[in-house]
Design a protein around this ligand. Sequence first.
Ligand code: ATP
Ligand code: NI
Length: 373
Amino acid sequence: MTEPLLSVRDLKTQFFTEDGTVRAVDGISFDVYEGEIVGLVGESGAGKSVATSSILRLVDSPGEIVGGEIEFKGETIFGLEEGDAGELRPRDEMLTETQMRKRIRGREIAIIFQDPMESLNPVFTVGGQLREFIEINRDLDPAEAKEEAIDMLREVGIPAPESRYDEYPHQFSGGMRQRVLIAMALACQPDLIIADEPTTALDVTVEGEILEMVTALQEKYDTSFIWVTHDMSVVAEICDRVNVMYLGEIIEQAEVDDLFYDTKHPYTSALLDSMPRPDKTVDELRPIEGVMPEAINPPSGCRFHSRCPEAREVCREVHPDLRDLSDEGEATHTGACVKHDAFDVGYGDSPAIETETGSGFSAGLTETGGEAE
Ligand SMILES: Nc1ncnc2c1ncn2[C@@H]1O[C@H](COP(=O)(O)OP(=O)(O)OP(=O)(O)O)[C@@H](O)[C@H]1O
Ligand code: NI
């Protein structure tokens, strides 16, 4: 297999607050290969945005990346080593802040946020901003950059780009503004685009159109994406591979079809049951019971045990790591749930525990054991 474009290993990012240390990202590892769209999915507060800002080294105080490694195209975005006195210090080869600012952010790794008004200046025309961005980042003269800007606007499906070039952000609809940001992200021909819930605020039809456009552009330019969302239907629509996050951890990792049809983690199942799915008409959507606990003092054992319909005593005690659960010859599919044989910690003999799943004891569900689908 070729080297990944981006590789994240055991990344830990924490916020040091008055109430305690928030373990926002708590030891996640994942890869992004060239030309693929990798999903980062989970409920609000799971740590998705902190994970993506860590990749760009944009975590602000009181937050800090405290451990792990981030490699991008063979270069070190983040990495620590032990110093002479046993202290942890940045590795020599770690990219400097200037390199991050001048070369990586926006150019090699672009980011698209949920709210386009955060990235677009209301007092300048849309075309002017796009042109200037292209001029600065691609060393083109103003006329060439303008031509390129108009081409990009056309590329992302903005009708009559020549005339809309001179309009201001407020004259664009939410969906059109989001298209402009996608044009801006693509303009520097980055290797990787990080999209943090860019379609969440849009209505479903507009969202669908944008996802379709992104899929087409992705194929054309072969750009890699990290797509952050809490919505499994978005995952189904555009992702190749998926990482499911819960309370700072990745609890399941698989190709998109395997995640949907051979789900290994009860949290992933709960997420799937709580959302409308394009491939399935369900009689009733079931919201996930309870709320995600605080990331300051995460529950012992499996962090999901307090909400899990399949939780047993052992789940309160054993903190599961992410293990390979794929059958031979299948694409890698990892999961962090001790109900699987790969863990062998006595789940089968462990008594069920009371959880927040409504009915008190989850007897009916535990009867059927692990793999019932
Ligand atoms: N500046 C901050 N100070 C303290 N805690 C923070 C800060 N930023 C994020 N957190 C905490 O880090 C955790 C992860 O937050 P994050 O924004 O990454 O979640 P998310 O998965 O992106 O959620 P959403 O879907 O709502 O965007 C949360 O517990 C959040 O409260
Ligand atoms: Ni977020």
